[in-house]
Design a protein around this ligand. Structure first.
Ligand SMILES: C[C@H](O)[C@H](O)[C@H]1CNC2=NC(N)=NC(=O)C2=N1
Length: 95
């Protein structure tokens, strides 16, 4: 099982993930897409990547706004799996 990250480790990771913010035991990013179909296409790309790594974000979709929340449920908090997934989401979003 992935080890929980310390507060210092989370803060350090977020310096490389400037679009993400910490929210308790999770990191969160909200994206505005151009259209609803674009939002769904992004979610689809993320779904494929998440499935391949067996680590899944919580996803909230409201019209063109998609919010990704990453936390390792089995560990009860933030692990390197969340940091890596967040970086993948940034890449898939075209950052
Ligand atoms: C059995 C367990 O559901 C799997 O190992 C995966 C599935 N995807 C997951 N995703 C996230 N975010 N946390 C998990 O603990 C997790 N566990």
């Amino acid at each position: 099982m992935a080890e929980l990250l310390s507060d210092t480790e989370v803060a350090a990771a977020l310096t490389e993930l400037p679009q993400w913010r910490r929210d308790g035991d999770a990191i969160v990013r909200r994206l505005e897409c151009s259209t609803f179909p674009d939002a769904i296409a992004l979610v689809d790309r993320v779904a494929v990547a998440a499935e391949s790594r067996n680590h899944h974000p919580d996803i909230d979709i409201r019209w063109r706004t998609v919010t990704f929340t990453c936390s390792t449920h089995s560990a009860g908090g933030l692990t390197s799996l969340d940091v890596d997934l967040a970086g993948e989401i940034d890449r898939l979003a075209g950052d």
